[in-house]
Ligand binder design. Structure first.
Ligand code: HEC
Ligand code: HEC
Length: 385
C-alpha cells in the first residue's frame, strides 16, 4: 500500500499518515462528535420513516399502528449498540413534523416506539469486515474492498483522477446517508433517467468509473467490476429486497429558503473546507498520498458525475462534511457551498457533443448544474486537463 487512504486505514496507520497535519488532533477529537452527530442524523431521519412507509401500498393498507413495529422487525441485524449510545436525544427531538398524518391513527405507539424507530433508520447493518469468509468468495470480496478503498492503485486502467470510491461513499461503502453499497445493491436493475435505460448494478459501477473517477468504464465481466459487485453483494447480505432501505443513497435536502449563493458559498468554503480541501480545491497531498481529496480541477470528478449535481452535493455535504462533523452546517450553508464547489472548473463531461451549449442542453438542462453557465466571466465546461 503505497498510497493508503486516510479514512480507510486502521487507526494506527491513519494517525501516522496524518501526524504531520496539525489539525489531526482536532480531527480525532471530532471522531467522537461524529458518532454523536450520526446518531442525531439517524434519529431525526427516523422520524421520517413512517411517512416514507406510506408510499408503500401494502403498509398503507395495514396502517393501523403496524407500520411502526413492522420495519423494526424487518431490520434483523440492526445492532442497537451505536444508536443506543445516544438514545437520550430522541425524546428531546421535536418528533412529529414529518409524521403527523401517519401517526394520526396510532399516536401512542408512535411516541413509545421512538427508540425502536431510531434503530430502524440505520435500516440495515452490513456484516463486519471480520465476517468476510475464508476461501475464494472471501478473496473476491476483499479484492473488491481494496478497489473501493484504493481505486487508482487497484483499478488503474479505469481511473483518471486521484479519487477513490470511498471518498464519496464513506466508511468503505458502509456509512448510511453516503450512498452505502448495501443500500444500492438490491435496487438494481433499475431505470435511471440519466441513462434512459434499465441499468444493472454492473452498468451503475461502470458509470462511476466514467464520471466520478473521470476514467474509463471497465468492460462488462471485467474482474474489477466482478470484485466490486461481489463486495456490494456481500455487504447487502440479508438486506430487505425491493425497497429503499433507510440510510440508502444520500439524504435529500429540501431546497433552501434563499437561492444558493456563490459568495456565501465561498465564505463557508474558506471557513470550513479549505483547511483540508485546499484554497484551490486541489485537496491535500503528502508525497504520493492524497490525504484529502480534490473537489475540483483536473484531478477531481468530471462534469458528468453525480456530485456535479448541486442537489446531490448539498445532500452529501450536509450529512458528511466537514469530515467527522456531518450535520453541523445549516441547510443553507450546505447548498451555498455545494453551489460554490460545483461552479468551479473540472474535467469535461465524457458525453460532450459539439459544443458546451449543446451538451448543456442535452445533459445539464437543470438548475442543479452549472455546466455551460458563466461564472466570473468564464463559461464552465472548458475541458481542462
Ligand atoms: C466524487 C464522488 C464519488 C466518487 C469518487 C464515487 N461515487 Fe459513487 N456515487 C456518487 C454520487 C453523488 C452518487 C449518487 C448519484 C446519483 O444519484 O445520480 C453515487 C452513486 C453510486 C452508486 C449507486 C448508489 C445508489 O444508492 O443507487 C454506486 C453503486 C456507486 N456510486 C459506486 C461507486 C464506486 C464503485 C465508485 C468507485 C469506482 C464510486 N461510486 C465513486 C459519488 C461518487
Ligand atoms: C478535516 C478535513 C476535512 C474538512 C474540514 C472537510 N472535508 Fe470534505 N472530505 C474530507 C475527507 C477525508 C474526505 C474523503 C472521505 C473518505 O475518504 O472517507 C472528504 C470528502 C469530501 C467530498 C467528496 C469527495 C470529493 O473529493 O469530491 C466532498 C464533496 C467534500 N469532502 C466537501 C467538503 C466541504 C464542502 C467541506 C466544508 C463544508 C469539507 N468537505 C470539509 C475531509 C475534510
Amino acid at each position: 500500500m503505497n498510497a493508503p487512504h486516510p479514512a480507510a486505514l486502521p487507526e494506527p496507520s491513519r494517525s501516522t499518515a496524518l501526524s504531520q497535519d496539525s489539525e489531526y488532533v482536532g480531527l480525532k477529537m471530532f471522531a467522537i462528535v461524529l458518532v454523536a452527530v450520526i446518531a442525531v442524523v439517524v434519529v431525526s431521519s427516523a422520524i421520517r420513516i413512517p411517512s416514507a412507509l406510506t408510499l408503500n401500498d401494502t403498509l398503507r393498507h395495514a396502517a393501523s399502528g403496524a407500520p411502526a413495529s413492522q420495519p423494526a422487525s424487518a431490520a434483523p441485524g440492526a445492532g442497537p449498540a451505536p444508536v443506543v449510545a445516544t438514545a437520550a436525544p430522541p425524546p428531546a427531538t421535536p418528533a412529529a413534523p414529518g409524521a403527523p398524518a401517519q401517526v394520526a391513527s396510532a399516536p401512542a405507539p408512535a411516541a413509545t416506539d421512538a427508540p425502536a424507530g431510531a434503530i430502524q433508520t440505520v435500516g440495515f447493518k452490513p456484516p463486519a469486515e471480520s465476517a468476510i469468509p475464508d476461501g475464494p468468495l472471501g478473496d473476491v470480496i476483499r479484492k473488491g474492498e481494496q478497489i473501493f478503498l484504493h481505486t487508482a492503485q487497484n483499478a488503474k486502467p479505469y481511473v483518471g483522477n486521484t479519487l477513490n470510491c470511498v471518498n464519496c461513499h464513506l466508511d468503505a461503502g458502509r456509512l448510511a446517508d453516503s450512498a452505502p453499497l448495501w443500500g444500492a445493491y438490491l435496487l438494481y436493475p433499475a431505470y435511471r433517467s440519466k441513462t434512459k435505460h434499465v441499468d444493472t448494478f454492473e452498468d451503475r459501477l461502470r458509470g462511476c468509473f466514467m464520471y466520478s473517477m473521470n476514467g474509463k468504464a471497465p468492460p462488462y465481466g471485467d474482474e474489477v467490476l466482478n470484485a466490486l459487485q461481489t463486495y456490494a453483494y456481500w455487504l447487502a447480505k440479508g438486506a430487505p429486497v425491493g425497497e429503499k432501505i433507510a440510510g440508502a443513497g444520500y439524504k435529500k435536502l429540501e431546497k433552501p429558503t434563499q437561492a444558493p449563493d456563490y459568495q456565501r458559498g465561498l465564505a463557508v468554503y474558506e471557513a470550513q473546507c479549505a483547511l483540508c480541501h485546499g484554497a484551490g480545491g486541489e485537496g491535500t497531498r503528502s508525497g504520493d498520498t492524497q490525504v484529502f481529496p480534490p473537489l475540483w480541477g483536473a484531478q477531481s470528478y468530471n462534469w458528468g458525475a453525480g456530485m456535479s449535481n448541486i442537489s446531490n452535493a448539498a445532500a452529501f455535504i450536509k450529512s458528511n462534511m466537514p469530515f467527522s462533523k456531518g450535520g453541523s452546517l445549516s441547510d443553507q450553508e450546505a447548498w451555498d457551498v455545494a453551489l460554490y464547489i460545483d461552479s468551479q472548473e473540472r474535467p469535461q463531461d465524457p458525453r460532450f457533443t459539439r459544443d458546451v451549449a449543446t451538451t448543456r442542453k442535452e445533459f445539464h438542462d437543470t438548475d442543479d448544474s452549472m455546466y455551460g453557465k458563466t461564472v466570473n466571466g468564464k463559461v464552465l465546461g472548458q475541458n481542462i486537463k
